[in-house]
Design a protein around this ligand. Structure first.
Ligand SMILES: Cc1ncc(COP(=O)(O)O)c(C=O)c1O
Length: 357
């Protein structure tokens, strides 16, 4: 039986909430009233058979790519699904990082891929080791999949490593899928999309995580024009056309991107400072820290994160994401960028829960 669901998504939709919710990965919602948009310009229907040209143009300008390489999708979720479904055939070998964001694996299994893994080692700061990727790649490999920033750790993979991965992929005729949904949460010297690194790169992203407008479901894929066209045709099987008012609002967001990003940045940076101080004081937790991103992935040495998180929820009304959803059951994921007061209190409650663990 093929896997036809995502345990992580289900947990996230039904069980992740608590009064002190640190189980997030995206920033606070951007208030609609603060978006400079004239509602009289919003229309219900529009010319968007294979994408709405002004939105494709805005995405293309954002990344410095040709609009022919842009495919609209419903969030990064659908972008990942479409990209993988267009690239691989049932039984094809696909190499995915470990630990991985659960739904990426779920999609691969749903598509009937032969899933292989390469490891990001915690002792190596969760970095990708190209030598390890090279060892795992085989002539049959069709696709290598990574997230950058990495979910759950927020570790950034530099272009030098991405280039090596591109070379490895090219040597066996494979492509590299890079999910960049968190990349714009590198607030200083934001890297350019890896799409520029070579024709073997396919990129997915969206406005959902870093800009606080998840409800618009504005996502996209960057792919070479022939593959892009294949993805648009495949999307005909899933959704006839995108929601046009959402496209119009997304164009308005692109026109005001810095406003949304800066608003979130202040919260993320304040939260990160609190988290750094907190982790310094916690001898019973260890975490690779980063200067960017919206998530951190502490380990409870000799601990069972599930039992700890159950206790944290029942006694302290605080939630975080169990590491088992990233195949790392002794870890848990903390999310920043929603509300600094709530975050501070959530951390304090984690600290108290660790004491009576
Ligand atoms: C790595 C990664 N990709 C994709 C998604 C889904 O993003 P979206 O809300 O844009 O569908 C998430 C959400 O948490 C994610 O962490």
């Amino acid at each position: 039986m093929r896997r036809k669901h995502s345990d992580y998504m289900h947990w996230s939709k039904t069980q992740s909430r608590a009064r002190f919710n640190l189980a997030t990965s995206g920033v606070a919602s951007f208030p609609f009233r603060e978006l400079p948009v004239d509602l009289r310009e919003i229309e219900i229907n529009g010319d968007n058979s294979y994408g709405y040209a002004p939105l494709q143009e805005a995405i293309a300008v954002h990344h410095g790519v040709d609009p022919d390489c842009v495919i609209e999708s419903a969030g990064t979720s659908m972008a990942n699904h479409l990209a993988m479904a267009a690239i691989i055939e049932t039984g094809d070998e696909i190499l995915i990082e470990h630990p991985a964001y659960g739904p990426i694996l779920d999609i691969a299994y749903y598509l009937g891929a032969n899933v292989k893994r390469f490891r990001r080692a915690e002792e190596n700061g969760w970095a990708i080791d190209p030598a390890d990727v090279r060892r795992c790649v085989r002539p049959k490999t069709r696709l290598i999949v990574i997230t950058n920033l990495h979910n759950p750790t927020s570790v950034l993979t530099p272009d030098s490593v991405l280039r090596e991965i591109g070379d490895i992929a090219r040597s066996v005729g494979a492509l590299v899928l890079v999910d960049e949904v968190y990349l714009d949460a590198v607030y200083q010297n934001t890297p350019r999309t890896s799409f520029h690194l070579g024709p073997e790169f396919v990129v997915t992203s969206s406005l959902t995580k870093v800009y606080g407008v998840s409800g618009l479901r504005c996502g996209w894929i960057l792919a070479q024009p022939d593959l892009a066209w294949k993805m648009r045709r495949l999307n005909d099987l899933y959704s006839a056309t995108p929601v046009h008012p959402g496209e119009l609002l997304s164009v308005a967001v692109f026109h005001n991107l810095d406003l949304l990003r800066e608003r979130a940045r202040r919260i993320v940076e304040a939260d990160r400072k609190l988290l750094c101080d907190f982790l310094k004081q916690q001898s019973s937790l260890s975490a690779v820290s980063t200067e960017w991103g919206t998530t951190s992935f502490p380990r409870i040495p000799n601990g069972n994160a599930d039992a700890f998180l159950d206790h944290l929820r029942s006694e302290f009304d605080t939630s975080a994401v169990p590491g088992r959803f990233f195949e790392m059951p002794d870890h848990f994921r903390i999310g920043m960028g929603v509300n600094t007061e709530m975050f501070a209190e959530g951390l304090s409650r984690i600290g108290r829960a660790l004491v009576d663990k």
